[in-house]
Write a protein that binds this ligand. Structure first.
Ligand code: FAD
Length: 106
């Protein structure tokens, strides 16, 4: 089975990086495609119980796809939901773009 921690770190890097390159003004199709992508991603996520929780989060919290900043903040909230579940500190979502677009060193 995959290493859930390693898989998670890589997956969040991919997801936040996708948000950071998502259009500022997405078309209707891009918004629809992003919602499909996120539910398909959850459905095929290699840690099945993680994917199930993410699917439940998606059902309760419709992805905010109307702009890059909206999507980035939505994804940050989704990541915080997992942080809380795992007892990790919450990330301050006003800094999502600095972390994942402009870049900073860890
Ligand atoms: P990660 O949480 O992987 O974060 C990586 C980096 O992202 C951090 O160093 C920080 O710079 C930045 N960051 C942290 N929080 C945020 C935020 N809110 N917004 C933006 N950037 C942030 N693990 C489980 O054990 N059980 C689960 O049920 C589970 N579900 C998951 C569901 C999904 C969809 C994903 C992608 C991962 C899931 N994981 C789960 C993995 C878990 O979230 C972590 O990835 C893993 O524990 C490794 O944590 P980490 O400390 O390396 O940092």
């Amino acid at each position: 089975p995959p290493d859930v921690g390693q898989l998670g770190k890589s997956s969040w890097t991919l997801l936040h990086s996708i948000a950071a390159t998502y259009p500022e003004e997405p078309t209707t199709k891009q918004q629809r495609d992003m919602k499909s992508f996120l539910s398909l991603f959850a459905g095929f996520y290699p840690c099945w119980y993680c994917g199930e929780d993410f699917t439940r989060f998606l059902e309760k919290n419709e992805p905010a796809t109307s702009s890059q900043d909206q999507l980035g903040k939505w994804l940050c909230e989704a990541h915080n939901d997992v942080n809380v579940k795992l007892g990790k500190p919450k990330f301050d979502c006003q800094f999502w773009k600095q972390r994942w677009k402009d870049g900073w060193d860890e």
